[in-house]
Ligand binder design. Structure first.
Ligand code: FAD
Ligand code: NAP
Ligand code: SF4
Length: 673
């Protein structure tokens, strides 16, 4: 019986007036679709697909209860009767699939990216250019009424409940913490007064919606900022929220302005389960835990250990809408795992683009990117089993084509085989496992360890070339010295590297190689206690905010990370993860230098100039990470031989290539061939 693989995960949860079929909550995630009335059909399709995938309970992205509460101008709002109709599309679609969905009410407070934002006090957030207006006492009353009216409208729209967003540093959280609440009226001062807004919102929503409506309160259990709440205060609030009528309490970890990573891939799986476990001793209603839970075994362990009653996952259900169905059937090897890269979800949202997923380009594009069966099957050859080739081959096979996948390497994965070596990128292994499983399940013939030739490919109806890239060479005098290595020598071929190393090129790969060279082995991210020490997370909650002084482990090597462009390296790294890479390398003493001219490499080391100043870095090795060029030799040979081809991934365009583009391009091409 397959259910027995994860008995805790698949035990129903009785909420008194309704029973959830399993312990999976799809946590709130902003997709961008909720901000435009015209996109609600797409939003409905997005949630319906996850409801069909048997998610126990879902929560929408944050919907504001007022204009002042907007996250950004004209963001999703539920405050007027005419807002109800668009939300009905979502609830009907979900209920049609026998799912359940709550609407999250989110008032951004000082995180609002617009000039109308309000907050408990007039204190600008470090992550917004706008200074908020301090709410008047009547303004606070009005804000509570806005929350209640929004919940009432949500019920009218057919939602099964609401989630009150009380964490991540948004408005309610701003009232709770001394850091942001300097009020002297009835909503500031003592903790009892600061927490009053949260309790009144819950109490008055419960009164307005009646007893048979799910009311989740998202409680900031760990602020991770100076001037945050202490543990006794958080417990006091949890008890009051329970008494005020909450059905469930969800865990919130960190404010958006915190300098501790909370969800990126280098955060260990289940890193914050201990916080929810601690709260389990204090309240009686079911608790939901969250952050970096992406596979069924992690979820099962947490639930079976009694650390929480439900697990919240948001990004993992973007990555695979059928996560729950696959887990229930004991087919976890078939799960398309979220690798916590943020590249297509959060990075998109921060850039005002629709969210999607690096490993699943269909996410939030369910109505537009359809994988349909073919009428006339063809014989395809796909050359190159990197992300582009793997995505293309599996999608072609899923549609019913006959596919042969070639790679000259002995295993699939292309550059992901190097990416997975980087400390904190271990999750990339899961993508390789997923594709391996999918290639087999779809009967894709694999010819590995074979460099495909024109003759091999003539017999196919069509050829897709996904041969990737070749590392760019530099023209620095002396770069043929044996002590000069490429990132491929280091990561793929495991060339020995000395204690003092200069890295030429500070793009994504330069940063990754630096991390590979400085992190001790195994890296702190493989162990929650070591990781907490490294980032200063205080499991004993001895100080307000849950922070303690960082205890960074010494670097394994001395590294210089260099670029020719002006400014400090790392500015072009991804928005939501770049700061973590920069902070990590800084804590390991990596010297990051810009405006560098390379003069030569000789027995003494790397000779360079910074501005007018000449310097020699006396290093044991120089590692070149100077970008890449497309590997088009096969595509060119096929074109000369008159074989028609489609070229994708790095073989198509190497500049600014990443796995997001490679997988997207491979999937989209296969969907239309
Ligand atoms: P590749 O992955 O380069 O695959 C091409 C494949 O073609 C190879 O397996 C090669 O062996 C094969 N091949 C070539 N010629 C032939 C032939 N004639 N016959 C048969 N086989 C052939 N991207 C991200 O989005 N996020 C990250 O965090 C990230 N981290 C990275 C970290 C590192 C250390 C590295 C090296 C890369 C990282 N990338 C990351 C980049 C990402 O891996 C690439 O963008 C992606 O792999 C490109 O996919 P592709 O399929 O075009 O090419
Ligand atoms: P990249 O981002 O283009 O960086 C190349 C670096 O080499 C730059 O710092 C460039 O800076 C330098 N350079 C370029 N030509 C040079 C030359 N002739 N001599 C000396 N230096 C030179 O490329 P990458 O680091 O190889 O990464 C490849 C792709 O993989 C990226 O586009 C990225 O999206 C993806 N990737 C992503 C991640 C991630 O975490 N998201 C991680 C790794 C890789 P100067 O010109 O200023 O010297
Ligand atoms: Fe997860 Fe990356 Fe997909 Fe976001 S883009 S859901 S982090 S795999």
């Amino acid at each position: 019986m397959t259910d027995t693989a994860y008995p805790a995960l698949f035990s129903p949860l009785d909420l008194g007036f309704c029973t959830l079929p399993n312990r999976v909550l799809m946590g709130s995630m902003h997709t961008g679709l909720e901000d435009h009335a015209g996109d609600y059909d797409k939003l409905a399709a997005f949630f319906a697909e996850r409801a069909r995938g048997e998610v126990g309970l879902m929560v929408t992205g944050g919907i504001s209860p007022s204009i002042a509460g907007w996250l950004k101008p004209f963001g999703g709002r539920m405050s007027m009767p005419w807002h109800v109709a668009r939300h009905r599309k979502v609830t009907r679609a979900v209920h049609h699939e026998h799912g359940r969905i709550c609407m999250q009410i989110l008032h951004a407070g000082r995180y609002g990216y617009h000039p109308l934002s309000v907050a408990p006090s007039r204190i600008k957030a470090p992550i917004s250019p706008f200074t908020p207006r301090a709410l008047s006492t009547r303004g606070v009353e009005r804000t509570i009424a806005n929350f209640v009216s929004s919940a009432r409208l949500a019920r009218e729209a057919g939602y099964d409940g609401v989630e009150v967003m009380g964490s991540e540093g948004y408005l309610i959280n701003q009232f709770l913490a001394e850091r942001t609440n300097r009020r002297t009226d009835a909503w500031g001062g003592s903790y009892a007064r600061r927490m009053r807004i949260a309790v009144e919102i819950v109490e008055r929503i419960r009164e307005a919606v009646g007893p048979d409506f799910i009311l989740i309160y998202r409680l900031s259990m760990l602020d991770l900022v100076e001037g945050g709440q202490d543990w006794d205060q958080i417990v006091q609030l949890a008890k009051a929220v329970e008494a005020a009528g909450a059905t469930l309490i969800n865990t919130g970890i960190g404010w958006h302005e915190t300098r501790v990573p909370t969800i990126v891939t280098s955060v260990p799986r289940g890193a914050f389960r201990w916080v929810t476990a601690r709260m389990k001793r204090e309240v009686g209603i079911p608790l939901i835990t969250t952050n970096r839970i992406n596979m069924p075994d992690v979820a099962e362990r947490i639930l079976a250990d009694g650390d929480a009653d439900m697990v919240s996952m948001a990004r993992p259900l973007l990555a695979d809408p059928d996560w729950v169905t696959k887990a229930r059937a004991g087919r976890s090897a078939a799960i398309n795992t979220c690798i916590a890269c943020n590249q297509a979800c959060l990075d998109h949202v921060f850039a005002n683009r629709r969210a999607t997923c690096l490993v699943n380009p269909r996410a939030c594009h369910e109505t537009e990117l359809r994988i349909e069966p073919v009428i006339m099957a063809k014989r395809f050859a796909v050359v190159g089993a990197g992300p582009a080739g793997m995505a293309c081959a599996t999608t072609l096979a899923e549609r019913g084509h006959s596919v042969t996948l070639f790679d000259r390497a002995q295993s699939i994965g292309g550059q992901f085989n190097m990416a997975r070596q980087i400390p904190g990128k271990e999750e990339f292994d899961e993508t390789l496992r997923y594709f391996q499983h999918r290639l087999k399940a779809l009967d894709v013939r694999q010819r590995l360890g074979h460099e495909a030739t024109v003759e091999d490919l003539r017999k196919f109806d069509a050829v897709v070339v996904a041969t990737g890239v070749t590392p760019r060479r530099t023209s620095i005098p002396g770069d043929d010295d044996p002590r000069v290595l490429s990132y491929v020598d280091v990561l793929r071929d495991h060339a020995p590297v000395g204690q003092r190393v200069a890295i030429i090129g500070a793009g994504g790969i330069g940063f990754d190689v630096a991390e590979f060279l400085v992190q001790p082995k195994p890296a702190p991210g493989t162990d929650i206690d070591r990781w907490n020490a490294e980032w200063g997370v205080d499991e004993n909650m001895a100080h307000a905010g849950g922070l303690k002084p960082r205890q960074t482990e010494p670097a394994a090597r001395q590294v210089w990370l260099l670029q020719r462009s002006e400014g400090r390296p790392g500015k072009r790294l991804n928005k939501t993860t770049g700061w973590v890479h920069r902070a990590t390398l800084k804590s390991k003493g990596v010297q990051m230098l810009g405006d560098v001219s390379y003069e030569r490499i000789d027995a003494q080391g790397l000779h360079l100039r910074i501005g007018e100043q000449s310097r020699v870095l006396e290093v044991d090795n120089v590692v070149i990470c100077a970008g890449q060029e497309p590997n088009r030799s096969l595509a060119d040979a096929l074109a000369s031989a008159g074989v028609s081809t489609h070229v994708i991934g790095g073989a198509d365009v190497a500049a600014e290539l990443d796995a997001k583009r490679a997988i997207d391009q491979g999937t989209r091409l296969a969907a239309r061939l």
